[in-house]
Write a protein that binds this ligand. Structure first.
Ligand SMILES: *Cc1c(COP(=O)(O)O)cnc(C)c1O
Length: 375
């Protein structure tokens, strides 16, 4: 099965892990710090704080900037649930902003949603395509709001000459198995703010500062959200390959773009000329006439060996959110969910695989077109 996204672990990654397993430090230690330094160097951000997942990293980011009870957070619903879960856990309220057909937050709809309770904007770089960060920063500045980017898909994505990771107050990356690089599970917060970085370090490790000899002091609430040395060793090794992974995925994505460019049955994500996408996902957005048989299309694509997936069910459609915040319905977000399928595009695929994927997608979608859709 060709997967919509997958890891690529090579011999040197395995060696790095084995070597670290033989060392006498297994929990957080020098490898974690080296990984953080490498992340700063790669992204251009001043500080990196590694976590054991992007979910714990998001929790840390929301905590240290003081998000709390009754604060409103403007975000989009086409994301993994943890983007919102971690601020809802602090008593904050999601204010859903509709998206554009590329899956990213619609920056032109943000301003209308701002109230005196708005505390932050949390955009998601869907599939690795950078959001309109300049427009978002401008709004944030005007209303004195924080910007916290969920860049779980977007390590290595760039806008102009700058990598995602140093634009906003804080940026979160994921190193879950199938994200752009992996530590098996892992995440990080990048920031240029020293105070946030210090607080994040306390937050991930019980709020404890070491004093002299056996003496230590717990000065703030904290958890054990530390990354392990073994995971960090894998991360250091993987980060060296990120540009190679991204160019491979872009080679496949460009081939798809070319094959699909005059296609009437679906849209693809257009990447702005001044930016680069990590291409974590390659989403196709079905024409309305194909929305009704989407389930059949999905199954048939899988039967042909295409490990497709749908990203994402709108967060507000989950039972927990419906019960807590009531029914929400945003037209483009709803439509996107009905139309989106992520097709295989990853760094383990050959160009032959890519041709097979493009041929199969076109064959199957053509077969299902003209079936009519009754809404
Ligand atoms: C994967 C993902 C997360 C959560 O990452 P974990 O490392 O699995 O906790 C958060 N947001 C988005 C957009 C993701 O894709």
């Amino acid at each position: 099965m060709l997967s919509y996204s997958t890891q690529l672990i090579e011999d040197d990654d395995i060696e790095a892990v084995i070597e670290t397993l033989k060392s006498n430090l297994l929990a957080q230690g020098p490898k974690v710090f080296d990984f953080e330094t490498a992340l700063c160097k790669y992204t251009g951000a001043k500080y990196a704080v590694a976590f054991n997942s992007a979910t714990s990293a998001l929790s840390g980011a929301y905590h240290v900037c003081g998000i709390g009870q009754g604060d409103e957070i403007i975000t989009s619903a086409i994301s993994f649930v943890s983007t919102s879960n971690m601020f809802v856990d602090l008593g904050a309220i999601p204010v859903w902003c509709d998206i554009k057909l590329d899956g990213n937050i619609d920056e032109n709809r943000i301003e209308k949603l701002i109230t005196s309770k708005t505390k932050a904007i949390v955009p998601i770089h869907f599939a690795g395509k950078p959001v309109n960060i300049k427009a978002i920063q401008k709004i944030a500045k005007k209303y004195n709001l924080l910007v916290i980017e969920d860049a779980a898909h977007a390590l290595g994505s760039t806008v102009g000459s700058k990598k995602i990771g140093s634009f906003s107050d804080m940026t979160i990356f994921s190193f879950h198995a199938i994200k752009p690089i992996t530590t098996s599970e892992g995440g990080a917060v990048l920031t240029n703010n020293k105070d946030y970085a210090n607080k994040l370090k306390l937050f991930r490790s019980h709020g404890i500062v070491k004093k002299k000899l056996w003496n230590s002091d717990m000065i703030s609430m904290g958890y054990n959200y530390r990354l392990t040395e073994v995971a960090a060793a894998l991360g250091i090794s993987q980060l060296k390959k990120l540009d190679r992974f991204i160019s491979k995925r872009n080679e496949i994505a460009s081939y798809f773009d070319e094959r699909f460019k005059n296609e009437k049955l679906f849209l693809t994500q257009k990447i702005e000329a001044n930016s680069i996408s990590s291409r974590h996902l390659y989403p196709v957005i079905l024409n309305p006439e194909l929305q009704c048989p989407k389930e059949e299309i999905f199954i048939e694509l899988q039967q042909h060996g295409l490990g497709v997936q749908v990203h994402y069910k709108p967060i507000y459609q989950n039972s927990f959110y419906k019960e807590k915040f009531g029914e929400v319905s945003l037209p483009v977000t709803n439509d996107f969910y009905r139309s989106e399928i992520s097709i295989p595009c990853n760094q383990t695929m050959s160009m032959e695989d890519a041709k097979y994927v493009a041929d199969t997608v076109l064959d199957i979608l053509r077969k299902y077109s003209h079936r009519g859709c009754s809404f």
